[in-house]
Design a protein around this ligand. Structure first.
Ligand code: PGA
Length: 248
């Protein structure tokens, strides 16, 4: 299994040109921790400029269309975001599954589209609060992973992010034992479907990760890093998470 932790910031619909200063601070802070993989997914409007000053950190998009081109007003293909400077894209984030009605089949197609142009993908899955309260969260999220997984999945380009919907932006996180249970179950799905290769795909945890809880979450077995929303918008709150990963 990849030992290197992967700490990824998802800026969502936040960031104008002035945020490139934050990116520069994050890039110089991350350079002090070469054993940790660090990336930021700014809004698509900033990808080209962000990739110019990214230094050691990766730059990604937050979505892409599954088709290579065509009549899809307002959408961006994988080749377009790659040309702008993105090395990967987040796909299947719960906000897109909810707001844009993306299905797991859509997400699998987006993953394949990214792979086809040589990009990485961070594929998001996670249960709602009602699903957690039903007691079936593990089975539901494992099924979501299986339905979202592209046929060509492997650790060279694919990362999974487990993000409980009820933990995103709320300040609430699962019990550490629940994170461990979910990541262990997801590892089981990956190895059942992909064999040995499934051992090496990193599974990030996301949902209210901050400097106060990162040191508890990151050492959990099968947690390969973190997908960070709110705390990634400032270097002061993002870099301590990178430092927590470096200290392991
Ligand atoms: P949050 O967002 O860290 O603000 O909870 C995480 C995410 O949605 O990726």
């Amino acid at each position: 299994m990849a030992d290197r932790k992967y700490i990824v910031g998802n800026w969502k619909m936040n960031g104008l040109a002035e945020s490139l200063d934050v990116l520069a601070q994050i890039a110089s802070g991350a350079a002090l921790h070469p054993a940790v993989d660090v990336a930021i997914a700014p809004p698509a409007t900033l990808i080209a400029r962000a990739s110019g000053g990214a230094g050691v950190i990766g730059i990604g998009a937050q979505d892409c269309h599954a088709a290579a081109s065509g009549a899809h007003t307002g959408c961006l293909s994988a080749a377009m975001i790659a040309e702008a400077g993105a090395q990967f894209s987040i796909i299947g984030h719960s906000e897109r599954r909810a707001d844009q009605h993306e299905t797991s089949a859509d997400v699998a197609a987006k993953a394949a589209a990214l792979h086809a142009v040589g990009m990485g993908a961070i594929l998001c899955i996670g249960e709602t609060l009602a699903e957690r309260d039903s007691g079936n969260a593990v089975a539901i999220v494992c099924d979501q992973l299986e339905q979202s997984l592209p046929a060509s999945a492997d650790s060279g380009w694919l990362t999974i992010a487990y993000e409980p919907v009820w933990a995103i932006g709320t300040g609430r996180i699962p019990e550490m034992a629940d994170i461990a249970e979910m990541h262990g179950a997801l590892r089981g799905v990956l190895t059942r479907i992909l064999g040995e290769g499934g051992q090496h795909i990193r599974i990030l945890y996301g949902g209210s990760v901050n400097p106060g809880n990162a040191a508890d979450i990151l050492p959990i077995p099968d947690v390969g890093g973190a997908l960070v929303g709110g705390a990634s918008l400032k270097a002061e709150t993002f870099l301590p998470i990178v430092e927590a990963a470096a200290a392991l």
